[in-house]
Design a binder for this molecule. Sequence first.
Ligand SMILES: NC(=O)C1=CN([C@@H]2O[C@H](COP(=O)(O)OP(=O)(O)OC[C@H]3O[C@@H](n4cnc5c(N)ncnc54)[C@H](OP(=O)(O)O)[C@@H]3O)[C@@H](O)[C@H]2O)[C@@H](O)CC1
Ligand SMILES: Nc1ncnc2c1ncn2[C@@H]1O[C@H](COP(=O)(O)OP(=O)(O)O)[C@@H](O)[C@H]1O
Ligand SMILES: [Mg+2]
Length: 284
Amino acid sequence: MEKINKNILNQVITLRNPVSYKGNYGKILIIAGSTHFGGAAILCSSAAVASGAGLVTVATVPEKFTAINTRIPEAMTIDYQNKNDLLEAIQNNTVIAIGPGLGISSVAKGLVKVVLKEATKNQTVIIDASALTLIAEEKIPLTTNAKIIMTPHQGEWERLSTLKIHEQNELNNIDELHKLNPKAALVLKKHHSEIYYQGKVLQITAGNAGMATGGMGDTLTGIMAGFIGQFGFSIETISAALLIHSYIADKLNKKHYVILPSLLIEKLPKYMASFSYENGHYLS
Ligand SMILES: NC(=O)C1=CN([C@@H]2O[C@H](COP(=O)(O)OP(=O)(O)OC[C@H]3O[C@@H](n4cnc5c(N)ncnc54)[C@H](OP(=O)(O)O)[C@@H]3O)[C@@H](O)[C@H]2O)[C@@H](O)CC1
Ligand SMILES: Nc1ncnc2c1ncn2[C@@H]1O[C@H](COP(=O)(O)OP(=O)(O)O)[C@@H](O)[C@H]1O
Ligand SMILES: [Mg+2]
């Protein structure tokens, strides 16, 4: 299993072209949140904004609009139960992240199905949390024209793959991913998370137990969306998003026993600037 080197951050996080505008940095739709899990939508969308996404729209329940608009004024909000607004948003965004705090209601199930059906080959769908649970428990086929990135923790991967945690080794994971969708990328979140994509297996060696707190995975999903929106879909971009999340957490862990996801999010622009400066060339 190949280790992901810190150099990937310099390679992926390129300096911005001075004449660019927000439209060059990805339009992100985050379908997240429900009555009891508003925080997941806030963390995911603020991570997307802080990681540099050009435009972020959050599709959620209207009761969470005020909280989202107050915490993240940069993001727009739509009601995911308004079919026309949702379909328009699916069409207009380049990256769609679905799942954080969505819950497993019939409404949530319908949202997962609509996204898989409507997303096109030029789009990336990031599937996390409740969306993964729904795919597993409702046996929703993982078929779509879009590029897929799944980001399960080991419990979610157990539901999806039927592999018990002690059975989740490299070969078994490759086999089960192949059965689910051979074209999908799998980010298996754990201590030293792993990426499986088209036969390649990569691993980060960053990350710490201070990250074991609710909302840390929702944050990674937002970073992943922001990175894919800006830097394009590739295994390098996925690696950089996964690494910067744990890299910042390790820096914070020196002085913070537990890493608050909102603090990690606040630090993203500063760390991204440090890596882009070292790299020194413009996005083409
Ligand atoms: N502030 C908010 O709004 C927040 C909202 N959130 C939202 O809550 C929703 C539910 O997501 P979830 O991950 O909390 O619960 P779930 O899908 O039931 O999975 C847990 C099951 O898997 C097992 N398990 C095994 N290994 C594991 C591992 N490494 N990490 C974690 N679990 C592991 C575990 O085993 P156990 O601990 O019981 O032994 C249990 O059986 C989802 O939409 C999410 O976005 C959260 O993000 C929190 C902050
Ligand atoms: N002990 C640990 N070592 C390294 N990383 C960890 C550890 N515990 C949690 N993490 C990381 O924190 C994140 C937790 O994700 P997840 O369980 O989906 O959180 P949530 O759904 O609450 O947002 C993952 O990126 C995982 O790799
Ligand atoms: Mg999660």
